[in-house]
Design a protein around this ligand. Structure first.
Ligand code: GUN
Length: 280
């Protein structure tokens, strides 16, 4: 069994980004990322702090906008419009989830698609599905980078993705389809999940349910990617019963230290890419 070590790969990518940031700075351009956090969800606060710290480490200027949970959709969209017009800001990220009274779709669509470093805007999503991507969403992008780093063949492979959300499952299905994998995108209403995962060459779980993927659900030699993050007895765990599944897997991501650090590295990557897309 080989660990898909996202911690090490993300460090390598961050070093490369540091170099590119330096080059931009020598040309008088400081890469800028605006991060918006609405409310005080502790997990979101933690993620936003990690993202801001990662920006600092590579020399990206990050502007934090923390807003109370009671802010109206209109007020939030006004802040986004201001950031769209600010030439110092190359990327805009609105941390999800948003409070219930705010429509996520309206907020995402308000972001200038050229600054959409999360790759959540319908324009980016559409381009990805058509096979002409602009920004790849950070988590699936990080997973694809792990596959690339470890020379994991995707062409012709049977892939089961568990979890059909907009952040990971759906965009990852498109990215793997573009790489000529045969993808099954499974979710809460999927029948006989176990039958499907058992046949898969690659199983990716992005649900947030500890021990959802057990040893008897996967085949010998499979590749396992765990995107879940849950807290159990003050420990961070994924969706996969790592201890037992790792006995059967050829490659497996740990949690923590697998997909998580890759997500942040790819956000930094997208922010630098946004400079070119913005044409500044
Ligand atoms: N919430 C959970 N993951 C993400 C992410 O990748 N981006 C944003 N904006 N919100 C998230």
């Amino acid at each position: 069994m080989i660990l898909l070590d996202g911690k090490t790969l993300s460090k390598k990518i961050r070093e490369q980004i540091k170099g590119r940031v330096e080059e931009f700075k020598n040309r008088g351009i400081i890469p800028g990322l605006a991060v918006i956090l609405v409310g005080d969800n502790p997990a979101s606060q933690l993620y936003v702090n990690m993202k801001t710290k990662a920006c600092e480490d590579v020399g990206i200027y990050s502007i934090n906008h923390r807003m109370p949970a009671e802010i109206s959709e209109k007020e939030l969209i006004n802040v986004i419009k201001m950031l769209n017009d600010n030439p110092m800001v190359h990327g805009i990220l609105v941390q999800l989830p948003l409070p219930k009274h705010i429509k996520e779709e309206n907020v995402i669509e308000a972001i200038d698609y050229k600054k959409d470093v999360d790759g959540f805007h319908p324009y980016s999503v559409g381009r990805l599905v058509r096979g002409n991507p602009l920004f790849y969403p950070c988590t699936p992008y990080g997973i694809m980078k792990l596959f690339e780093e470890y020379d994991i063949e995707l062409r012709g492979k049977d892939v089961v993705i568990v979890g059909a959300g907009n952040i990971t499952g759906k965009p990852l299905a498109s990215m793997l389809t573009n790489a000529f994998s045969t993808v099954q995108l499974c979710h809460i209403h999927t029948k006989e999940l176990e039958k499907k995962t058992k046949k898969a060459d690659i199983v990716i779980s992005a649900v947030g349910k500890p021990k959802l993927i057990t040893k008897d659900m996967v085949k010998e030699g499979c590749v396992i990617v765990d995107v879940g993050i849950s807290r159990v007895d003050n420990r961070v765990v994924g969706d996969v019963d790592f201890e037992n599944v790792s006995e059967k897997a050829s490659y497996i991501t740990p949690v923590p230290g697998g997909v998580g650090p890759m997500t942040i590295a790819m956000l930094l990557y997208n922010t630098v890419k946004a400079i070119e897309i913005n044409g500044t």
